[in-house]
Design a protein around this ligand. Structure first.
Ligand SMILES: Nc1ncnc2c1ncn2[C@@H]1O[C@@H]2COP(=O)(O)O[C@H]3[C@@H](O)[C@H](n4cnc5c(N)ncnc54)O[C@@H]3COP(=O)(O)O[C@H]2[C@H]1O
Ligand SMILES: Nc1ncnc2c1ncn2[C@@H]1O[C@@H]2COP(=O)(O)O[C@H]3[C@@H](O)[C@H](n4cnc5c(N)ncnc54)O[C@@H]3COP(=O)(O)O[C@H]2[C@H]1O
Lengths: 141, 141
């Protein structure tokens, strides 16, 4: 095996840059968020504030769960509620100076991790697919 | 680094056994499938036939997309359609004698892979989380 040192590989090299990351805003109604998730095909995306700062993530599950009323499926909730009402705020992130060693710990429990600059703004995301490609290339090139 | 040989580690050791895998049947109405997905919290699960044979996977996206009508969100489709109408049938699988080397190739593009016996029945699933734990343990024990 080669000298594959995760702590020497910066996440910045292979992260998905912010401009390619689908996201929603705190104040968007759920119906808008569901449209974004459905159109992009992603199960969860980051939630940002108006300054581009990371606030949490919102998933299809978060939204679909609000539709399940007591007796039947109710879609009225999608028009009444906002992203900030149902999102997950306590999500681990990594700094833009982080390495694959920092990323792998988060990626055990989360399918992607947001990369932030020192002003808490999202500069990109690092995904499980990306780290698995790195491992596969290491073992099979 | 140690002698981490993916081709020598069988998936059977660390796969999630079939009885712990949430799944749905071909003939279930979408509303039932959505309930299973919402209650278990998973974004996608295997679809089996009455003999336990693997038929494909169904995701929250597959179901939610059917709700988007021309003008508005319509939930009537959830009661009219069945799992087999919207599922994804052409999904790669691996045999129960497979190793992590076989699994990693599928896990680059799919968040989990179904493990089948020679009768095409699902005996378990192997997930990205499981392979990432293997990598982390290899690097950080
Ligand atoms: N449009 C598409 N084309 C091809 N393959 C697709 C795809 N959408 C999803 N996949 C595959 O499904 C995996 C899980 O996607 P999911 O949306 O649950 O979970 C995604 C999603 O929540 C988020 N994500 C990935 N790319 C994103 C982006 N450009 N913008 C926002 N979120 C993104 O990161 C998670 C992990 O992504 P990862 O790539 O590791 O893993 C992805 C990828 O392998
Ligand atoms: N109830 C829960 N508790 C704790 N963490 C949870 C969780 N549900 C999901 N996660 C986390 O989110 C990841 C993506 O889940 P997802 O449902 O999109 O994608 C899942 C799901 O589609 C499927 N899956 C996993 N376990 C399953 C099971 N017991 N039955 C059916 N499908 C399962 O395999 C995919 C990859 O799973 P993986 O474990 O690698 O990755 C999981 C796990 O890290």
């Amino acid at each position: 095996l080669t000298h594959f040192d995760l702590s020497s590989i910066p996440v910045k090299e292979d992260m998905i840059d912010a401009e390619k990351v689908a996201h929603v805003q705190l104040q968007n109604p759920l119906e808008h968020a569901l449209l974004v998730l459905t159109k992009t095909g992603y199960n969860a995306v980051p939630v940002l504030d108006l300054d581009g700062r990371f606030c949490g993530i919102i998933s299809k599950s978060n939204i679909v769960e609000t539709m399940f009323g007591i007796e039947e499926i109710e879609i009225s909730q999608l028009y009444k509620k906002k992203v900030e009402d149902v999102m997950q705020p306590d999500i681990p992130t990594i700094n833009e100076t982080a390495t694959l060693e920092d990323a792998i710990h988060v990626l055990i429990d989360h399918s992607f991790v947001c990369v932030l600059n020192n002003d808490e703004q999202m500069v990109g995301i690092y995904t499980r697919r990306e780290i698995l490609k790195q491992f596969r290339n290491e073992f099979y090139q």
